[in-house]
Design a protein around this ligand. Structure first.
Ligand SMILES: Cc1cc2nc3c(=O)[nH]c(=O)nc-3n(C[C@H](O)[C@H](O)[C@H](O)COP(=O)(O)OP(=O)(O)OC[C@H]3O[C@@H](n4cnc5c(N)ncnc54)[C@H](O)[C@@H]3O)c2cc1C
Length: 389
């Protein structure tokens, strides 16, 4: 069956008329940059003044982009997705805290998501963001190859132990763990840790996956050099391939600190690098497992054609597609209907702590120069299709 992402009937399967109207109202609001700006400011004021905001956020933007406030609360969404052959990647998305108590909490949540995967067959990966379990200043210092003092050395050892515990737990539960990529000035430390873990836990198959942000001009070379090292030392690799979420921040910092931006100057540069990474991994698919984290239709079509070219079965577990929950259902549902391995990143966490994540999603869906956003256009198409029946 030829996959097309144009099929909105499949994309909105199971969504009632009221679900679609709620989504339309939400995406119409976030499509207007001025409203997103005002909303963000009002949110900050409300938080500062302790105004109750839960009643408005929980049934609207939270419901659209998050599975629930706890793992158990995500159950309903996971079952709903599983009915359509879509898997869920539980992502504890509490952000903005940078202390040991928070790191302990994140750590225990990651282990709980692994526990959940033992009883729920629709969870293909565990995932975590390194800054959720480590101080950013520590990661930055390591990334700059600066010497650590005694306290920092102890802190680093503790971090390595934390990551080892997670990887070991994942290996025992037979579930791979993906480690998110972050800003370039802390990524070298993250890479170092993931490389260490890959060498230790990926002896026979990829248990640990690193993430490559293909907006970075050095990532294709990094992928190839990692492959060479893994071949030499005799272990497998796993990579989640994304375009990268911190482009503006990267560019601003590069200007501020007078170094060349690590990001391609054009979207075309990033797009080309993304597809070249897919080419390379699929060509070496016996040694490198892949999760393509993208909402880009062209990259998904490209991966489909690569799989055909290399005679890789649609449901071969060496290749996964993934999108964020609440976005690009036209890609996810059409892929699952064609029996590809596809999963949603399903963020969860207390409403207050996932707010930074929700604000990023609102900003990402804001239209450029007043054009109708991609999600909104799909909703409008589906509404017209249903009306015409
Ligand atoms: C499952 C999943 C997991 C993810 N995990 C991570 C993660 O661990 N770390 C992370 O950083 N991000 C992560 N992301 C976000 C991702 O990096 C992208 O920001 C987001 O998916 C949008 O890119 P896209 O491929 O979907 O498609 P598109 O909408 O086609 O691409 C948008 C992206 O292209 C790049 N871009 C846009 N304009 C330019 C320009 N002028 N010059 C150069 N590049 C440009 C930027 O990276 C931008 O985000 C994840 C996304 C998904 C779906």
């Amino acid at each position: 069956m030829k996959v097309t992402f144009e099929n909105t009937q499949i994309a909105f399967d199971g969504k009632s008329a009221s679900d679609i109207s709620r989504m339309q109202a939400l995406f119409s609001i976030v499509a207007r940059p001025s409203l997103v700006k005002i909303g963000k400011a009002m949110l900050n004021i409300s938080l500062f003044l302790h105004f109750p905001i839960r009643w408005i956020l929980k049934p609207t933007i939270f419901k659209q982009f998050c599975g629930g406030e706890t793992i158990d609360e995500c159950e309903e969404v996971m079952l709903q997705l599983a009915k359509s052959n879509i898997q869920s990647i539980l992502d504890y998305s509490a952000e903005g805290l940078n202390d040991e108590a928070h790191f302990d909490k994140v750590d225990s949540e990651i282990l709980s998501t692994i526990d959940k995967s033992k009883i729920h067959s629709y969870i293909p990966f565990a995932v975590f963001k390194p800054s959720g379990i480590a101080r950013i200043e520590l990661l930055e210092k390591i990334s700059c190859s600066l010497a650590l003092n005694t306290a920092e050395t102890l802190e680093y050892d503790k971090l390595i132990k934390r990551v080892e515990t997670i990887c070991e737990y994942a290996q025992r539960a037979d579930i791979p763990v993906m480690i998110d990529a972050e800003e370039s000035w802390i990524q070298a430390a993250i890479d170092l840790i993931v490389e260490k873990m890959s060498e230790k836990y990926n002896k026979t198959k990829a248990v640990v996956y690193n993430t490559l942000q293909m907006y970075r001009t050095d990532r294709l070379d990094y992928l190839k050099s990692q492959h060479e090292i893994a071949q030499m030392k005799g272990y497998k690799l796993g990579f989640k391939i994304v375009r990268g979420a911190y482009m503006e921040k990267e560019r601003e910092r590069a200007i501020e600190k007078s170094y060349p931006s690590p990001v391609y100057q054009t979207k075309e540069g990033t797009d080309k690098a993304y597809n070249l990474a897919l080419d390379y991994i699929v060509e070496h698919n016996n040694e490198i497992a892949l999760c393509a984290g993208t909402h880009n239709e062209e990259s998904c079509y490209h991966l489909i054609s690569l799989m055909e070219k290399h005679a890789i079965a649609n449901n071969d577990t060496a290749v996964y597609f993934a999108q964020l929950y609440g976005m690009s259902d036209h890609i996810t549902y059409n892929l699952s209907t064609a029996n590809y391995n596809v999963a949603k990143y399903l963020p969860y966490g207390s409403l207050k702590l996932v707010l930074p994540y929700l604000i990023r999603r609102a900003e990402e869906n804001t239209s450029i120069k007043g054009q109708t956003g991609r999600e909104l256009q799909l909703i409008i198409t589906e509404k017209s299709r249903r009306k015409a029946l």
